[in-house]
Design a protein around this ligand. Structure first.
Ligand SMILES: NC(=O)C1=CN([C@@H]2O[C@H](COP(=O)(O)OP(=O)(O)OC[C@H]3O[C@@H](n4cnc5c(N)ncnc54)[C@H](O)[C@@H]3O)[C@@H](O)[C@H]2O)C=CC1
Ligand SMILES: O=C(O)C(=O)C[C@H](O)C(=O)CO
Length: 273
C-alpha cells in the first residue's frame, strides 16, 4: 500500500482488525511505521492476521478481545502497554450487523448485540484510550462510523445498526468537546461502502427486504471505496496531520457522479407498501 511513513514509533490499537476494513487499516498503519495491536474475538483469526503483518516485517501483537466487555477492553490496553509501552492511536472499528428488515422483525438479541458491540464497544474503547492517553496529553481516538450515522430520511431496515452508528457519532462529537483543551483528538471516520462480511453476510428478514437490498449491491458494485482510499484516510487521520483537530469526521467517499448518487438515494428510499 502506498502510504508515506508518518507513524514511525507510534502504537496503534485497531479493534476488529482480523478482516475487512480493520485489517486494511492495521496493514496501512503498519506500513506507515506504527506498531500494531490486532484484536477480534477469535484467537485463530488474531493469529492469522498477526502472521500476515509479521510476514511483511511489521511489529505486531494480537489479543482476542470482545469489545462489548469493558474488562477485556481494559486488558487489551494493559497488554498493549506491557508490550509496546504506550498507546498513541485507538481505532474503534469492530462492529456487527447481520440483518436487514423492518424494526419489529429484528430479533431482540440482535438489537442488544449490535448496541453492545458497535456503541458500547466504541464507548469502552474511547474511555479506556482516554484514560491511558490523558497522562501523556496526546493521542488519537478514532470511531468508525458509516452512512447510518448521518440523518438520511430515506434509510430503512437497519434500525439497530443505524442507531448504534448515529449514537457513536454523538459519542465522538460530545467526548471531543469534553476534552478539546487537551492534546487528544477524538475523531470519526466514514469508510463509504466496501465489500466485506458486514455487507455480504447480511440477511434480509422478508421478501421486501430482499428486494430492497439491491441498493447495497448497487452501492458495492458502483460506489465502493477503494482499499487504497481507506488506507490513506486512516493513516492521515491517525497521523500528526490531525493534531489540534477534534470532533471531526473524515469521509472516504469515492468520486462518483451525481447521477449515480441520485440513483443510489432513490433505491434506498422506503416505498410505502
Ligand atoms: N463495509 C462497509 O461498507 C462499511 C463498514 N463500516 C464500518 O467499518 C467497520 C469495519 O467493518 P467491515 O470491515 O465491513 O466488517 P467485518 O464484518 O468484515 O469486520 C468486522 C470486524 O470486527 C470484529 N468484531 C465483531 N464483533 C466484535 C467484538 N464484539 N469484539 C471484537 N471484535 C469484533 C470481527 O471479528 C471483524 O474482525 C465497522 O465499524 C463498520 O460498521 C461503515 C460503513 C460501511
Ligand atoms: O454506511 C454503512 O454503515 C453501511 O451502509 C453499511 C451497510 O449498509 C451494511 O451492510 C450494514 O450491515
Amino acid at each position: 500500500m502506498n502510504t508515506s511513513p508518518r507513524l514511525q514509533d507510534r502504537v496503534a490499537v485497531v479493534t476488529g482488525s482480523t478482516q475487512g476494513i480493520g485489517l486494511i487499516i492495521a496493514q496501512a498503519l503498519a506500513a506507515a511505521g506504527a506498531k500494531i495491536v490486532i484484536c477480534s474475538r477469535s484467537e485463530s483469526a488474531v493469529e492469522a492476521a498477526c502472521s500476515q503483518l509479521e510476514a511483511a516485517k511489521h511489529q505486531v501483537f494480537g489479543l482476542p478481545c470482545d469489545v462489548a466487555d469493558p474488562e477485556q477492553v481494559e486488558n487489551l490496553a494493559q497488554q498493549t502497554l506491557e508490550r509496546f509501552g504506550q498507546i498513541d492511536v485507538w481505532f474503534n472499528n469492530a462492529s456487527v450487523n447481520r440483518y436487514f428488515g423492518p424494526a419489529l422483525d429484528l430479533p431482540i438479541d440482535h438489537w442488544h448485540e449490535v448496541i453492545n458491540t458497535n456503541l458500547n464497544g466504541a464507548y469502552y474503547g474511547t474511555m479506556t484510550a482516554l484514560r491511558h492517553m490523558l497522562p501523556r496529553d496526546q493521542g488519537k481516538i478514532i470511531n468508525m462510523l458509516g452512512a447510518g450515522a448521518q440523518d438520511s430520511p430515506g434509510d430503512s431496515y437497519l434500525s439497530a445498526y443505524a442507531t448504534s452508528k448515529a449514537a457513536a457519532r454523538r459519542l465522538t462529537l460530545v467526548v471531543a468537546e469534553d476534552y478539546k483543551q487537551t492534546g487528544i483528538s477524538v475523531l470519526g471516520m466514514n469508510p463509504g461502502l466496501f465489500s466485506t462480511q458486514l455487507t455480504t453476510k447480511i440477511q434480509p428478514l422478508n421478501d421486501e427486504a430482499h428486494r430492497r437490498m439491491k441498493f447495497l449491491d448497487f452501492g458495492l458494485r458502483w460506489l465502493a471505496t477503494s482499499p487504497e482510499t481507506i488506507a490513506q484516510t486512516a493513516v492521515r487521520v491517525a497521523s500528526d496531520a490531525t493534531n489540534g483537530q477534534t470532533g471531526k469526521i473524515y469521509r472516504c467517499w469515492p468520486g462518483f457522479s451525481k447521477t449515480l448518487q441520485r440513483e443510489y438515494r432513490r433505491m434506498r428510499k422506503v416505498q410505502p407498501s
